[in-house]
Structure formats: structure tokens, C-alpha cells
Design a protein around this ligand. Structure first.
Ligand SMILES: C[S@@+](CC[C@H](N)C(=O)[O-])C[C@H]1O[C@@H](n2cnc3c(N)ncnc32)[C@H](O)[C@@H]1O
Length: 192
């Protein structure tokens, strides 16, 4: 990111505007979107302070910044994305303050987010151990993917999530159960 990139000041972080725009929503709705995400996690997959949370497609850390106030230093957050500068920014600015918040880049091809990417989603195995994650959360990520890629991610999620734990993906909001079936629920569905 060039030294002259304009910055968006948010909760003590200066985020390069091009990365804000790639993450989506723009500056006016940035905080409101993060707040809605936190409300959805609380409603559908409550995150406890010592949980291990995975966020595929974390962008430039919108939710990671909010989750620094939810997870304790015994908890862990792992975010990944296919936009290298976003991951580099998250490491330099979030991991540097919260060592239990880590990020990694995947060189996956995407027409919008990583046109020069060399690999396909279906070729990857996430570098995460079996049954090591309590919560998997993703917002506006499957929106950008085709069915085979989504199915591949769901298989990976089943491998790495702890039994009976939860995946929340939005939009639409998807809940994954142990049989790898996906149930769509609307924003207005009450929690069972
Ligand atoms: C609309 S942004 C949402 C970012 C973030 N989830 C949020 O809500 O602030 C979509 C994100 O998905 C990422 N993405 C797209 N395809 C992906 C893939 N195959 N694997 C992981 N991330 C992907 C993009 O790079 C981008 O950061």
C-alpha cells in the first residue's frame, strides 16, 4: 500500500481506504456492519472469551478488531483472506497488539479480490488441525464463491470444528450441522 494512501481512523487503528473498500461497505457503515455481526454472533453462535475462532475471508479485520474486546488472552482468533495487503495490514496492526490474533494469506484466484492468484479453493487444505476450532464465522464471503468452492470449505470446516460447535455464515445466514447439511435461516428467525 502506497505511503500516500488515505487512511480511515477506526477504534485507534488507521486502515488504508483501498483495503476498507475491498472489505466492503465503506467508512460510513463500517462500524454499524461490525456491530450487526457481533449481534449475530451473540444470537447464533455465542463466542466465549477462551474460544478459538476462525474467520475465513476476514478482509482488513473489521470483525477481528471488535473481537479483541470479546476474546481473552486465553482465547484465539485466526483470520485468513486472499487479499495479501489486507493480511499484511492485520498482522502489522492487530497481531502486533494482540498476539493471540493471527492471520494468514491464501493465494487463491478470484476475479474480484485476487485476479493473479495461482490456486483454486478446491485445491487447498486449511493449515488448521482437526477439531481445533470452536467457532467459524464468515460474512459476505460465500457471496463471492461458486458452489464447488463453498462445498469444499464446508468439508474443511467439518474437519476442523469441534463436535457440536457452530459455523455462522452470512448472507444468507447458514448454520452447519454435523451431517454437513446447511440450513438457511432468515435474519428474523428466532433462535430455537
Ligand atoms: C465483502 S468482503 C467481506 C470481508 C469481511 N468478512 C467483513 O465482513 O468485513 C469479502 C471477503 O472475502 C474474501 N474472499 C473471497 N473469496 C475468498 C476465498 N475463496 N477464500 C477466502 N476469502 C475469500 C475477499 O478477499 C474479501 O476480503
Amino acid at each position: 500500500m502506497g505511503a500516500n494512501s488515505k487512511l480511515f481512523s477506526y477504534k485507534g487503528y488507521d486502515i488504508p481506504l483501498p483495503l476498507v473498500n475491498l472489505t466492503g461497505g465503506g467508512t460510513n457503515t463500517w462500524d454499524m456492519i461490525s456491530e450487526v455481526h457481533m449481534q449475530e454472533y451473540a444470537a447464533y453462535c455465542p463466542i466465549e472469551p477462551d474460544h478459538v475462532v476462525l474467520e475465513p475471508g476476514c478482509g482488513v479485520g473489521r470483525d477481528a478488531i471488535s473481537l479483541t474486546k470479546v476474546l481473552s488472552n486465553k482465547g484465539q482468533y485466526i483470520g485468513f483472506d486472499i487479499i495479501k495487503p489486507s493480511i499484511e495490514w492485520c498482522e502489522a496492526n492487530i497481531t502486533s497488539r494482540y498476539a493471540n490474533f493471527t492471520f494468514f494469506y491464501l493465494d487463491i484466484q478470484s476475479q474480484i479480490h485476487n485476479p493473479a492468484g495461482k490456486r483454486k479453493t478446491t485445491q487447498l487444505q486449511l493449515p488448521i488441525k482437526n477439531r481445533s476450532v470452536d467457532r467459524i464465522v464468515l460474512h459476505s464471503v460465500f457471496t463471492h464463491m461458486f458452489e464447488d468452492d463453498i462445498t469444499h470449505y464446508l468439508r474443511e470446516f467439518r474437519r476442523i470444528e469441534e463436535h457440536n460447535h457452530r459455523v455462522v455464515a452470512h448472507p444468507a445466514l447458514l448454520l452447519l450441522n454435523r451431517n454437513l447439511s446447511v440450513r438457511r435461516i432468515s435474519r428474523h428467525t428466532k433462535r430455537a
